[in-house]
Design a protein around this ligand. Structure first.
Ligand code: M6R
Length: 619
């Protein structure tokens, strides 16, 4: 939800800002802008549309200067337009501010500011910030920013420049991420690490209510009362090449293909001497032993990973488990207490609803464990313990490798709990670990079948497009599955709708007869997850019921399935044979590829789908 960049140093600020925003475009992409201190003036340029429009404008009319701030927007208050794009300015045009977050009391503040003569030109909540800074400015920008943010309710990460103080950029954060990149003779502010990795690997993670001043040769972090806080930079141990497409057409495709290696690496790192090791975890084995129930809380794809986690945890670790979307958990007053382990799952570690749920759980006295991908993210820092998924940077808005890394982490937690609580025998655990490792290899084998653009899933997607037009755009997708693959049905549908804008629903196959079967005629394409499992026969019956009503069927089956040929499905996709417990890791691959190729057929912007953003830092 919006990306911000700040720069001060010796390079052309516009180049650093554009490059940084390019790496943050996943956070929002409906408009972009920059403010640069050029000579003695703040020059602002902002454009509706993708970053390339701003880049073209700056290439035609470059702005000289080595200090500046930039923004890529995901609209909350006010439509995407040049006027609503950031940076925003004060009445005198001396101050420029970029902001990520939501100012909840902006209407009250705006009313007051207007009364005292401030003029507003946008519909945004952000515009109150430069006016507040203008109001409080008495020759000290840092102080004015501190006083201004004290007035704000809501969330913010901001970067500010002022033409009367041309040797600094000031930043502040509360519930929206902000990091400092520490360079040599240059320093940076950004919403996320990839924005600065071309220049430095030394990063300071700011905390809520920190105010930071960066100059060419220094970084000073203070608290709200102006006391200096000493913060040591962390060294980022991954490279920018991991945030590049490396020859793939889209980040999404690259990330799908990384999954086998990601899971192999997770297993290598976490399983040593036949036991699961969570080195960074602050929650002790004894605490795990004492928990009476688990409550998993997450949004979107991470929620689907949590649902899958419930199946494995209950079956193998024998702990009662509930799963909530974060936005429901936080308001429904769940019955959780100090005997509950709350697991918050989040790729970004910044999702506002999940962060709020985490705080709610802590208030209720629960132990909170975060499963996060982004190092140093808010959820990772606020949870009692964190397990990082180590999937590497995920850039595409549609989550893929973060999902399978979350699944892998749930397998590890399950094995760990089963070991501590002795719910599986030593021999049983050994066999499970062996199968888990084998499954990671199978993921790579399966992916290698889809290396070429001319694969069967791409062909099915072409067929779907033809059919869609033949049926006057009435065709859509249903995903059906049972047991541990049911969450994959939800995930397959989510992937498809978010990047192809085609209607899709995921259902437990057994629920069809309770209503959704009324939808079946010749329009829907029904993806049935029918890999070998204890509910295989039930899936065959569901397939018959759909066939009898004219639905087009795609069956995901296990290689060597002899039965499916008799069921007259329209299309089949095979996955290698694997224990049902681990099958979600394989089943999801064709589902992700199906979503990808359908979106490709329809010519959509796969990595930056409309209306979405990678990290949802608003409620
Ligand atoms: O960063 P998080 O894992 O907390 O994000 C949660 C959801 O916003 C995210 O999974 C979203 O549903 C993805 N776009 C799905 O592909």
């Amino acid at each position: 939800m919006c990306g911000i960049v700040g720069y001060i140093g010796y390079r052309k600020a516009q180049d650093v800002i554009l490059r940084g925003l390019g790496r943050l475009e996943y956070r929002g992409y409906d408009s972009a802008g920059a403010a640069i201190l050029s000579g003695k003036k703040v020059k602002i340029i902002k454009k509706q549309g993708k970053l390339k429009i701003l880049a073209a404008e700056l290439s035609d009319n470059p702005i000289a200067g080595t200090i500046g701030i930039g923004h890529t927007r995901w609209a909350t208050h006010g439509v995407p337009s040049d006027a609503n794009a950031h940076p925003h300015s004060d009445c005198a045009g001396k101050i420029a501010v970029v902001h990520n977050g939501i100012i909840e009391n902006y209407l009250d503040l705006k009313r007051e500011l207007k009364k005292s003569g401030h003029r507003f030109i946008s519909e945004t909540d952000t515009e109150v910030i430069p006016h507040l800074i203008e109001k409080f400015y008495k020759g000290n920008l840092e102080e004015a920013v501190r006083n201004a943010v004290k007035m704000l309710k809501g969330s913010y990460a901001i970067a500010v420049i002022h033409e009367d103080e041309p040797s600094k950029v000031v930043g502040a954060r509360c519930d929206s991420p902000l990091i400092v990149g520490v360079g040599k003779d240059e320093n940076f502010l950004a919403s996320d690490v990839p924005a600065i990795l071309d220049y430095t690997h030394n990063v300071i993670y700011l905390d809520n209510h920190d105010i930071v001043v960066i100059t060419k040769d220094g970084v000073t972090v203070k608290d709200m009362s102006g006391r200096i806080i000493r913060k040591k930079p962390s060294l980022i141990n991954w490279d920018i090449s991991q945030a590049e497409k490396s020859g793939y057409k889209h980040f999404m495709l690259k990330e799908i293909f990384e999954q086998g290696d990601v899971i192999e690496k997770i297993i290598d790192e976490r399983i040593r001497d036949g036991r699961v090791r969570f080195d960074e975890l602050k929650i002790k084995d004894a605490d795990f032993k004492g928990i009476k129930n688990i409550s998993i809380v997450a949004c979107g794809t991470a929620y689907h990973a949590g649902l899958t986690g419930k199946y494995m945890l209950e079956e193998y670790a024998k702990v009662p488990c509930s799963v909530d979307t974060s936005s429901e958990f936080r308001y429904r007053n769940p019955i959780v207490n100090r005997d509950t382990l709350v697991i918050i799952v989040s790729q970004s570690g910044e999702t506002a609803d999940s962060l709020a749920a985490l705080r709610e759980a802590k208030k209720k006295g629960c132990r909170v464990l975060g499963i996060c991908n982004v190092l140093g993210s808010s959820i990772a820092r606020e949870a009692h313990g964190v397990i990082y998924t180590h999937a590497g940077p995920e850039i595409a808005v549609a989550s893929t490798k973060a999902y399978t890394a979350q699944l892998a982490t749930f397998y590890l937690i399950t094995l760990h709990l089963a070991y501590i609580r002795k719910t599986v025998s030593a021999a049983g655990l050994k066999a499970l670990i062996k199968e888990f490792k084998r499954c990671a290899g199978l993921m790579n084998d399966l992916l290698s079948e889809y290396k070429s653009d001319y694969n069967i899933i791409a062909a099915y997607a072409q067929e779907f497009k033809k059919y869609y037009h033949l049926k006057h755009n009435k065709s859509y997708f249903l995903y059906l599955a049972r047991n541990i693959n049911y969450p994959n049905a939800l995930e397959g549908a989510l992937k498809l709708k978010e990047i192809s804008y085609i209607s899709a629903e995921g259902y437990p196959a057994g629920e069809m007869k309770h209503g959704p079967i009324a939808l079946i005629d010749e329009n829907p394409w029904v993806v049935c997850i029918a890999a070998q499992s204890k509910t295989y026969d039930k899936m065959l019956s569901n397939i018959q019921e759909i066939k009898a009503r004219g639905g087009i069927l795609i069956a995901i089956v296990t290689e060597g399935d002899k039965e499916m040929v008799h069921h007259n499905v329209n299309y089949t996709i095979e996955i290698p044979p694997v224990d049902e417990l681990f099958s979600p890791l394989l089943v999801v691959i064709p589902l992700q590829l199906m979503a990808y190729y359908v979106a490709l057929e329809f010519g959509h912007d796969i990595d930056q789908p409309r209306n979405l953003a990678k990290s949802v830092t608003v409620e």
